[in-house]
Design a protein around this ligand. Structure first.
Ligand code: SF4
Length: 389
């Protein structure tokens, strides 16, 4: 359902009377676009961009009209670490005015290795950040160049060291695999390098070719060759096996953690629970309503300055859609889906015939009240979810 401007503010105001336990804050700035990235970013050009962003953030948080009491806060982007240390300090000060700090169990900030300095790391620790997610992607210079990343492997290792020394409790590193020209031996070497960095969590994704990205254009021109699905599957298996042996337990299809280091915030998404997004392009989902903020920084700010919610689209999710999304997301986790809970929240039921068929095919199994993927199902998780719903 597309909403009218009037409908949008009504839809948003009502759900915000509820207690939201997960807050996402989008910081849009990047130095330039990486070859594979289709996120909503803004290239940081002038001081005015930062001023607008910080003022807008205060206005949007003020619009919520209450002190927020989240269990988790996640600052993503873009690249939050692009903000200069003084701006980063100001960013946290503005957020702090609207958050009950004592309720926060996990406070994550995304960073790029080339931005991590002792000064920025100290600002993060002072602000109460407990977890940093580093966009490492690879520790091989050739692969980094193919991805259009600006940092070197040494900068990534140094960033991890600097964050640890500053006192960051939990460090995630992102890893991309199935990069054009990357053999299984290359990937195995890369995974070993990641393991030797002694981090707490790894998010590992195969490279995707999103429309309107430089990488997608190169693929269309035949200048890069996408790996075929068998090669991608072999790469996925290699990553899972080796991380598992090294003590990183898989708890979601693409996420691996040492004991005590699962991402509580991302579990909110996979459990299809409620969250509030703040900042340009941020998405929120409260009750059965999902809305998205204006992605353009100037338009987002203009809406806020005019006293309007900066929302570009809002939709009311039907029970079937809610159920489908809960199942698709929950099946990605190793614990699977608590059937009664997703059916109650969606106010709809999973089709028993489909359950029976997928069980007979050995793709899903029952574990008490939960439905989860088998090892075989895990490798085609998206297909199984689509078939189930
Ligand atoms: S740093 Fe991250 S958000 Fe920015 S362009 Fe690269 S991949 Fe996209």
């Amino acid at each position: 359902m597309r909403s009218s401007a009037r409908g949008r503010s009504a839809e948003r105001t009502a759900p915000l009377s509820r207690r939201i336990r997960a807050i996402y804050i989008h910081s849009p700035f990047c130095r330039r676009r990486c070859s594979y990235c289709d996120f909503a970013i803004a290239i940081l050009r002038t001081r005015d961009d930062v001023e607008q962003y910080l003022r807008g953030l205060s206005l949007e948080l003020h619009q919520t009209g209450r002190l927020l009491e989240p269990r988790t806060v996640y600052v993503g982007g873009g690249t939050p670490s692009r903000l200069a240390p003084t701006d980063l300090r100001e960013f946290f000060r503005r957020i702090d005015d609207h958050l009950e700090r004592r309720s926060i169990l996990e406070y994550t900030v995304e960073a790029n290795p080339e931005d991590v300095t002792s000064e920025r790391a100290d600002v993060l620790v002072e602000a109460g950040v407990t977890r940093v997610s580093l966009g490492v992607q690879s520790l091989d210079p050739t692969t980094l160049a193919k991805l259009g990343r600006r940092h070197t492997p040494d900068q990534a290792r140094t960033a991890i060291h600097v964050l640890r020394r500053a006192g960051i409790r939990s460090i995630n590193v992102d890893l991309i695999f199935a990069v054009p020209g990357q053999s299984l031996t290359d990937l195995a070497t890369d995974v070993e390098r990641f393991i030797s960095c002694s981090t707490d969590h790894v998010s590992a994704y195969n490279l995707t070719y999103e429309e309107r990205t430089p990488l997608h254009s190169l693929e269309l021109l035949g200048r890069v060759n996408k790996q075929d699905s068998d090669d991608e599957l072999a790469a996925f298996r290699l990553v899972r096996e080796r991380l598992d042996e090294a003590g990183f337990a898989a708890y979601e299809v693409s996420n691996f953690a040492k004991p005590g280091h699962r991402s509580l915030h991302n579990l909110t998404y996979w459990n299809n629970a409620e969250y509030l997004g703040v900042g340009p392009s941020a998405v929120s989902c409260v009750g059965h309503v999902r809305w998205k903020n204006e992605p353009d920084l100037a338009r987002w700010f203009a809406a806020l300055r005019a006293g309007r919610p900066p929302i570009v689209e809002a939709e009311s999710l039907s029970p079937e859609r809610m159920l489908g999304e809960s199942v698709a997301l929950g099946l990605r986790t190793t614990r699977g889906v608590l059937r009664a809970r997703v059916e109650r929240r969606a106010r709809a039921s999973i089709d028993p015939d489909r359950l029976e068929r997928l069980t007979a095919m050995g793709l899903i199994e029952f574990a008490g009240p939960r439905i989860r993927l088998t090892e075989r199902g895990l490798e085609i998780a998206d297909c199984v979810a689509a078939e189930l719903i």
